[in-house]
Design a protein. Structure first.
Length: 161
């Protein structure tokens, strides 16, 4: 049985829809983990856009694969789109399976370029797969807000200097 373990809210960094500095998400992503991890990407501004499903390459790449799809679908970064198209994905596909074929490591530069025009809010527990990879996200220097869902006593966030 799958379990919902993380949510990512994505807003354009230059969105005119800010209220007192708060981001207004244009997309939301849900991670369900169980037999096989799957991200579902929902467009909040255009309800006619079908949901896109992303199957990550491996547990170790769940977050970086999500960042790649954000770069391709949300910020329309040409390098992120090219990386997915090299994997057989074409715009408009409702399913992206990164687990098929050879392992593709994504460089931090590729992901950072695709995320620069975005603001992210991540709701998770530090003990989830995404929570354990959160350092990867903050290292990219994007604007990130972290919300801990049902945090445990040992969930701590160190300040970024």
């Amino acid at each position: 049985m799958s379990e919902h373990t993380a949510t990512i809210f994505v807003s354009p960094g230059t969105s005119p829809h800010h209220y007192a500095g708060a981001a207004q998400p244009t997309h939301v992503m849900f991670l369900d983990e169980g037999g096989r991890a799957v991200w579902s990407v929902h467009n909040l501004t255009d309800c006619s856009t079908p949901v896109t499903y992303l199957i990550p390459q491996a547990p170790e790449t769940i977050l970086s694969d999500a960042l790649l799809i954000i770069g391709a679908l949300v910020t329309q970064d040409s390098d992120c789109i090219s990386a997915l198209m090299a994997r057989g994905f074409s715009p408009g596909d409702g399913r992206v399976d990164l687990a098929a074929g050879a392992f593709l490591p994504f460089k931090a530069e590729l992901l950072a370029d695709g995320l620069r025009p975005a603001r992210l809010g991540v709701a998770t527990s530090l003990h989830s797969t995404v929570g354990r990879q959160i350092g990867e996200l903050t290292a990219l220097g994007t604007e990130v807000e972290l919300y801990l869902a049902t945090p445990l006593d040992s969930d701590t966030i160190t300040r970024k200097d």
